[in-house]
Design a protein around this ligand. Sequence first.
Ligand code: AMP
Length: 411
Amino acid sequence: MAGFDELGLSEAALAAVDELGYEEPTPVQEQAIPAVLAGRDVMAAAQTGTGKTAAFLLPTMKGLGRVRRHEGPRMLVVTPTRELAQQIQEVAQVVCAHTHQRCTSVVGGVSYEPQREALDRGCDLLVATPGRLLDLMGDGSCDLSGVRVLVLDEADRMLDMGFLPDMRRIVRACPDDRQTLLFSATLSDDVLKNVGPLVHDPVRVEIAPKGTTAETVEQYVLGVSAEAKKRVLVELLRREGSDRVIVFTRGKHRADHLCRILRKKGFSAAPIHGNRTQNQRARALAQFSAGEVGVLVATDVLARGIDISEVAYVVNVDVPHEAESYIHRIGRTGRAGERGWALMFVDADEYEDLRAIERLMGATIADYPRAEGFDVGEHPATLDPTRGEEERNARGGRRRRRRRSRARASQ
Ligand code: AMP
């Protein structure tokens, strides 16, 4: 593996790497940085947690020079949520301190005026969520005609959240000869079709092939009755510990409700979902990171991409409807080489959703080995241990056929 100093980065970027405390580049950094330095567009399949933020900030900033007062950004990072914007901004501040550039972020949920003022002072790098950026473009506070590098972060997430028209408007406001770097957890057909045309002859970087999950996460399932889920969760937290645990659930109200139950049972828990204000969300995250809140109860919309280290384990109280959400959910634990584990409760109605996840991953999730003594209710889902065999056989058959035909071709 190449070290950071072999990738062609500037002295300033290497100093930032030092300050960030990174020793070796991650695979996405190793693959993307040389391509970005060569001026190529990049389309990368890389989840949050792979080191993609540094992969786009380290090779770009230094070469962009410095803007003067009133000048618009030279680099723009568009990302779907405020939390992600904040995480990017944190790395950006370190890089910019070394390159003597200015970065600012514009996100929704906070007042406009300080953002307008920051833009007016001139910023080299702008990190933005789409809605607020369009507002500020609309009233003339933000001009993207000087953008040389555009990063579309978590493109699949932006599509899921209905930001495609916004993304297109933002891209149209940037010059055509810009460099575009596109990051997406997966390069699904949907992403390729809708966002693919926004990059030009990209170098493709694929870190985790479609549907694979962080290898450091041990995954388990437990068949339960729908009505037993809350009880099993409480028991689970008692047995496995209730520090640094993220619980995922389907809806905002359900998240609030679960939180109330957990608190009643004596756990420190906080909800994080789209109905909470920016301040409430930031506070919940900060308290969780500081260890003041042990259990974060989250919905998919917001928790995706949040980078919290040392999450002990993840509980999926409900099976997500979208198979790919599962991969994002369990990606919250076992990050950057740490070991983690994840357990998902499955009731009878969710069996098909579980199968969709397993088909996407090409693997069957193991039974939770410490289930003895749990009261899983009267009619728990029965998880057939041979499920998935048909698909495995079919895959094996295809592989055998391919091997045979390759053998024939080489004769
Ligand atoms: P990201 O995918 O950009 O959200 O990064 C995920 C996490 O990995 C962050 O906590 C970074 O601090 C960390 N990270 C990024 N690059 C490296 C690296 N080369 N070595 C160690 N940690 C890293």
